[in-house]
Design a binder for this molecule. Structure first.
Ligand SMILES: C[S@@+](CC[C@H](N)C(=O)[O-])C[C@H]1O[C@@H](n2cnc3c(N)ncnc32)[C@H](O)[C@@H]1O
Length: 278
């Protein structure tokens, strides 16, 4: 089969960044993430991954893979508690999380922009328990695809930072209202990082410039974030699994507990929605 040449720009192109780094990590014998599907997808794409994004050095690949592994772990825990639940992956890109966490019962809906879903379907056709919906996560249409009686975990891995504050706020409130008793698993970049992207200052040595990430949230602001969203019952941090080497095995777990230092790093968060009033 001839390789597919993706025609993605701006935020949609960032899905190739995360895919590339997961695949780089998954190729290692001591990988922190088992993801042969990512390796295969990269091989099926005609795209200059290394020239554009580099080769994952300085812990970049491992960091991306650990983030995905942390999401996987939280999703598996949700599915273990609520067997047969539905996962809605907003901004799914070319994630292969369904393949990694499938317990044989989960129902999965991926949501992404039309050009991304077209590419995804060409590489990973929908299946009986994994469907995709083409459109913005901010449009209501995808919600009609979810069984109203289902237990729902919404994930937004690498998505909310690309939205504006008022869009994040509206989305969180809307999800809480629509899926009472469910949860939202998402990640957030700290404010300093968001500010740098807005100035076009997050640039790789290869010259790739990360798109603007208007929404930033510091870990120190979690209580205020919860208070600003009446539909949330609780917001808690999700730890990264331990990785390889001094930084990922020893330093980051300690840094995650230190105020100030913890605000320097992106955070993974699990927000639970208040149950339906009886
Ligand atoms: C950094 S990538 C993350 C992809 C995937 N979740 C991962 O972790 O590999 C950001 C993704 O968000 C998608 N995206 C951006 N804005 C979106 C929107 N309004 N609705 C749905 N998806 C969106 C992009 O197309 C892209 O696939």
């Amino acid at each position: 089969m001839a390789p597919l040449r993706p025609d993605l720009h701006g935020v949609p192109e960032t899905l190739l960044w995360t895919l590339h780094h997961r695949a780089l990590e998954a190729r290692r014998p001591d990988a922190v993430l088992h993801d042969p599907w990512a390796v295969e997808l990269v091989a099926r794409l005609d795209y200059p991954f290394a020239e554009r994004f580099g080769t994952g050095g300085h812990g970049v690949a491992q960091g991306q893979a650990l983030r995905a592994a942390a999401f996987d772990r939280a999703i598996r825990a949700f599915l273990a508690e609520r067997s047969g639940a539905t996962v809605v992956a907003l901004g799914e890109g070319l994630e292969t999380q369904f393949e990694r966490v499938d317990d044989g019962r989960v129902r999965w809906l991926g949501v992404d922009l039309p050009e991304v879903v077209a590419l995804r379907r060409a590489l990973l056709p929908d299946g009986p328990r994994h469907r995709s919906w083409a459109g913005s996560a901010l449009e209501a249409g995808w919600m009609d695809e979810v069984d109203p009686g289902a237990d729902v975990l919404v994930t937004a891995q690498g998505l909310l930072m690309y939205l504006r504050l008022e869009e994040v706020h509206a989305l969180v409130e809307w999800l809480a209202e629509r899926f009472p008793g469910g949860a939202l698993l998402f990640d957030a970049v700290p404010r300093w990082f968001s500010a740098r992207t807005l100035r076009g200052r997050m640039r790789t040595p290869q010259g790739y410039v990360a798109p603007p990430m208007p929404w930033g949230l510091d870990v120190g602001e979690l209580a205020a974030f919860r208070a600003a969203h009446p539909g949330l019952r609780e917001v808690r941090r999700v730890a990264l699994p331990p990785g390889r080497g001094l930084l990922f095995r020893r330093l980051l777990p300690v840094a995650a507990r230190l105020p100030v230092v913890r605000d320097l790093r992106p955070a993974i968060l699990l927000a639970t929605f208040a149950p339906r009033p009886s």
